[in-house]
Design a protein around this ligand. Sequence first.
Ligand code: ATP
Length: 241
Amino acid sequence: MIDLINITKDYGTTIAVNNLNLHVASGDIYGFIGPNGAGKTTTIRMMGGIIEPSSGSIIIDGIDMKENPVAAKKIIGVVPDRPFLYEKLTGAEFLKFIADIYEVDAKSVRQRSDDLLRQFALWDWANEIIEAYSHGMKQRLIIAAALMHDPKILVVDEPMVGLDPSAVRMVKDIFKDLASKNVAIFVSTHTLSIAEDMCDRIGVIHKGNLVAQGTMDELNSAAQTQKARLEEVFLTLIHEA
Ligand code: ATP
């Protein structure tokens, strides 16, 4: 579903991402972890077609992002790390607005919006302006908005920041449910316990380089640790790198 082939992004002399190769299959939840400034957000912005790589290819379900960005973006839902919401709109209006941008079939917009508002426990707030929402409610609305066009791929930058434990559980369950329906999910996070719990495979990026990727067992082998938790594996890999 997602193929990054030899992706490099430089900002002048800073190489934010260096020759990155990764693949996320349909139905997989791929976690992307790394220290501050490692290149996670840059990677997500390139995957979402927000910025272009300096070199390399991004293939989304067989579509080259550079050659056909609109077609690629239509099958991706992106949750950015610093989302922008039109706060004078209500939650329901915002979802309708996003549906219009993605040209969702008008007949299904209302049903889809109602379903997502219920699923993300925002139903009681559907007709309140977003300005009145708490941080966690805004975060849930942004994730719901990314799902309005029923994407085959969901790319999420730090989904759990500011969410309370029950909202974290809700989002984790929704991601697992989407994966069971063959959606490919790419998620960057600093919350290693969530990555460990939720992801099928995890990539560790450090200073723009992918230092290891795979299942927990594969990461343990790469770090030469024995059935260690992700925190220890991560710190070992970063220390060695
Ligand atoms: P964090 O965990 O702190 O969010 P990150 O892994 O998401 O970090 P990025 O935001 O991708 O890291 O940044 C990677 C590198 O690229 C950093 O050195 C950052 O300073 C640099 N960088 C990112 N965006 C720009 C930009 N627009 N112009 C110049 N340098 C940038």
